[in-house]
Design a protein around this ligand. Sequence first.
Ligand SMILES: Nc1ncnc2c1ncn2[C@@H]1O[C@H](COP(=O)(O)OP(=O)(O)OP(=O)(O)O)[C@@H](O)[C@H]1O
Length: 539
Amino acid sequence: MEKSNNKKVLFKIRNLKKYFPIKKKSIFSRGANQYVHANESISIDIHQGETFGLVGESGCGKSTFGRTILQIYEQTEGTTLYYGTTLDELAPEYMGKDIKDIAKKFPEYEKEVEKLNSIYSEIEKTEDEEKKAELNESAMFQRRHIQENYENMLRIAGGLLADDDLSEVSSILDQYYQKIKERSKIILEIKKIKEKDEVRIRDKKELKNTLINDPKYKELLSRKEKLDKEVSEKKANIDYKKEELKAKDSFEKLESFVDDGIDLSRLTSEEMRELRKDLQIIFQDPYGSLDTKMTVGNIIGEGVLGHGLFKNRKEEGYNEYIQDVMGKCGLAPYFIHRYPHQFSGGQRQRIGIARALALNPSFIVCDEAVSALDVSIQSQIINLLQDLKTDLNLTYLFITHDLSVVKYISDRIGVMYLGVMVELSDSDKIFANPQHPYTKALLQAIPRTDVDKGQELQTIEGDIPSAVNPPKGCRFHTRCKYCMDICKQFEPELKEVEEGHFVACHLMDVSEETKIKAFEENEEKRLKKERELAKEANL
Ligand SMILES: Nc1ncnc2c1ncn2[C@@H]1O[C@H](COP(=O)(O)OP(=O)(O)OP(=O)(O)O)[C@@H](O)[C@H]1O
């Protein structure tokens, strides 16, 4: 699992899974449900202000990952903790519910963990493949049940759960929650006034003056100040209780769960909607993702109106705001009344970028955002994205199958293969010192530009296995030139091999001789097979 290296983390993604169910052929089909395992146990951090490049062959689950962390797709398992705002600021409904349920539910936690462990030991003992699939599915549901029911409780209550009187714990936390809930409504109102003024007034000094002279804003600030005091009083009760519990054996372990990230997967649709502005996406196909019947102005303004930044298109300042955003994206103001079909691919992508940018996001998933464009246009769009990132302090998840693009734009790069993250490191390191055989093979497959440097253009041998029944052990073992027996049995964990460089490969644990031996044996097998094929073809 990745450590954060002291950088401010914007997303802490743990054990994220996304499975797509496949419809059974008929209602009479027997056996466990089948799933496309699009994302499997992905655990990474995305740092504030970075461009995190995500690469891998087509179909390996990159888009699914981008959409799942934004909760456009419901995640099957795992947590996506978001730190753009805090639990205390948002006071989401799930927090109140988990607090209320402490006395009833926490005693069940250990029982549920035991139940999961007994399913695991049954899986170990079972030979029958169908039974195994069924048990795996119940383990998946049980893990999801534990995560959904207990882990947020642990993050919220931490060491308080060491107390024998859980009803009291619940009551102390609930008093705190009720206060932050009250305050969260005020925080939201303050934020909305600020956002509305920000889109109208570009001069910082003027903005500040307008805000401090707004009686509604002033009143909200003073209500917030009063509530801040009440919140700290309630917080002091919690701290006092924790002091009392510090001596207990279980305290430290339970306290280590405390985390103020927001679990996006548990927000109500209303709560998610409030965060939606912050978390945007730019798609690959700039034509397909734009409504052809709408003008450029209406496309860019749709979200702006939907989120209430302006009441309607006639409101003072609306057109200026849309044109200002267009300007930032290199679109002339008079394009506002034109339609997408009147534009080239590059300009259409600028419209897509302006649509996302108009909501003032802090995080953007760029999903193959330049892949459909000509190379010369690609670099213009990449430069635009780079400039916007610097000017507006954005964070990007940049998804692409094009390594030359990702090398240029990314601070760090994650390499995905068949739904799992196999390598992750600083961009320079991945290119200078790739460790995973899949990354090495991918780098050799960079198209043409490397011809000058005498590097052979190479495609990765073998077909990508099915994501419905992914290979056991390391998912890459069926195509890996260094495959060893252990690779067919056990899944390697993503481990840190040097500072900030993570690799999921069993080769990291063996000597150079073992590696060479494995390579030679595989090569021998391959050649033997080829000889046999050649013989067959001759007979
Ligand atoms: N809505 C869906 N329903 C069922 N399966 C899906 C769905 N979306 C994606 N998949 C499957 O999930 C796997 C990962 O797909 P995904 O689109 O995330 O990969 P990708 O790496 O982004 O590929 P590409 O670069 O081709 O878009 C594939 O096997 C795909 O067929």
